[in-house]
Design a protein around this ligand. Sequence first.
Ligand code: PKZ
Length: 166
Amino acid sequence: MNSKVASESKTVLTDLVLPPDTNFHGTMFGGNVMANADKVASIAAMRHARATVVTASSDSMDFIAPIHTGEAICIEAYVTYARRTSMEVYVKVEAENLITGEKRLTATAYMTFVALDNMGKPTAVPKLIPETEEEKWQYEGAEQRFSIRKRRTDERKKRQAQKEKQ
Ligand SMILES: CCCCCCCCCCCCCCCC(=O)SCCNC(=O)CCNC(=O)[C@H](O)C(C)(C)COP(=O)(O)OP(=O)(O)OC[C@H]1O[C@@H](n2cnc3c(N)ncnc32)[C@H](O)[C@@H]1OP(=O)(O)O
């Protein structure tokens, strides 16, 4: 299967944060941030795979700073690593003060998507070629993040199997 460069998957969304998107503090609901991040990241994964995808997991999403009503939410995502059928996607969420132009980092996450074929079964995706320094740094860290994720998944499967035996 062909290889693809990371920049081919890059996906960006900018939206205005309005009162219905926000909570009692006048800042954007964390759940809304996560839903938007999932949407942008899934587009990045589909651009890489050129297939439909499902979200398999999301590593912890760190909420670093709030996004206020009237600011823009800017989300950027790209594929950082491709395994056989799964892809790791890095998502970065920033807030932009539209008057001053100041941008702040507000959240980051690594999400994993699995490409599916027409039968809904996992299907192979192209390998990833990192080009920029940041892409190479992300690519090199992916193996370690994968092993942490795998340990978590294996432990869950083991506990589940033990429960089913009881
Ligand atoms: C005009 C018409 C156009 C039509 C065009 C329509 C386009 C419309 C597209 C919509 C797209 C929107 C995107 C929304 C995204 C959701 O909202 S999806 C909804 C939420 N997610 C789900 O419901 C997923 C539920 N989970 C599952 O279905 C299964 O667990 C999975 C993820 C398919 C994996 O199944 P499995 O049996 O474990 O498969 P298995 O073969 O063991 O593993 C497959 C791969 O998954 C990986 N994996 C499995 N579990 C995990 C895990 N927990 N963490 C990380 N990786 C994992 C494995 O490592 C493996 O990776 P590779 O080594 O192959 O690279």
